[in-house]
Design a protein around this ligand. Structure first.
Ligand code: SF4
Length: 272
């Protein structure tokens, strides 16, 4: 069986987890697929991994699906639990998966300190720009102007740029892609899995049910296409004027990867 193929990754899934708990069209299923493909192409068997997740839709990516050791913990605390696991069992390959509410809001403090300490683990933030599971409230990554359950007139605040936050805090590998960019995302996850320090990957993952309906963003397919148009690679952004970058999101490897030789000013990087 070819590593990374559908047939090969199927053995990583718990049969009882299907059908998936995600809403139809949710980006998190694509993220689960890319994660499993990266693991299949990694040098370590699934038994050597531990997946840690908190509360929220992204917390479901590992714990009901992956036939491995998983730790499904309290909201915002997966990095704290993962730190304890790593101290006790440094040989485990620890992968933390959380949403933007889990890792950047409630667990934001853990995120910056995990990066500052360069803890040896991979953290994947499935950023759907809302609290999906609890009803679509605003999060620190909700785009300015977006309507949520708690910002009915549109979000007045500037969103966090998680990549720049984690980079500034000291992470050794930092990347951002969306679920549209499956091949580069698989490569980034593979790099993150083998990185000896703190690796952070932000993955933009559309939420058709909460963010999509409330903001009339169309079908899941239309949301995916819109996401692809919103994203610009770091290399391409270097050739673009600041006004062309308005409303765009830069994707690529920001620290520790191929794109990390330099970066544009990025002032318009998360202007949405
Ligand atoms: S609420 Fe949104 S993020 Fe959660 S499963 Fe449904 S579509 Fe996915």
């Amino acid at each position: 069986m070819k590593a990374g193929s559908n047939a090969s990754i199927r053995r990583f899934l718990r049969p009882a987890a299907l059908p998936t708990p995600f809403c139809p069209g949710c980006g998190h299923g694509i993220l689960l697929g890319t994660l499993l493909r990266a693991i299949d192409e990694s040098p370590w068997p699934l038994e050597e991994y531990l997946f840690v997740s908190g509360i929220g839709c992204a917390g479901w990516i590992p714990s009901p699906h992956i036939a491995a050791d998983t730790l499904h913990v309290t909201h915002g605390r997966p990095l704290a639990f993962a730190t304890g696991v790593k101290v006790v069992n440094p040989g485990l390959h620890v992968v933390v998966i959380g949403g933007d509410g889990d890792l950047a809001s409630i667990g934001g403090n853990h995120l910056i300190h995990a990066a500052r300490r360069n803890l040896p683990m991979l953290a994947i933030c499935a950023n759907n720009e809302t609290y999906g599971m609890t009803g679509g409230q605003v999060t620190p990554t909700t785009p300015r102007g977006a309507r949520t359950a708690t910002t009915l007139q549109g979000n007045p605040d500037r969103p966090f740029d998680l990549v720049r936050l984690v980079e500034a805090a000291g992470a050794g590998y930092v990347a951002r892609f969306s679920v549209w960019h499956t091949r580069p995302l698989i490569r980034a996850i593979r790099r993150g899995l083998s990185f000896p320090g703190f690796a952070f990957i932000e993955v933009l993952s559309p939420c058709p049910t909460q963010a999509g309906r409330r903001n009339q963003l169309g079908t899941p397919a239309e949301m995916l296409r819109a996401l692809s148009r919103r994203c610009v690679s770091i290399a391409r952004a270097r050739q673009m004027a600041p006004e062309e970058l308005a409303g765009k999101v830069l994707v690529g490897e920001f620290v520790g990867g191929e794109d990390a030789g330099g970066r544009p000013d990025g002032s318009a990087e998360r202007d949405s």
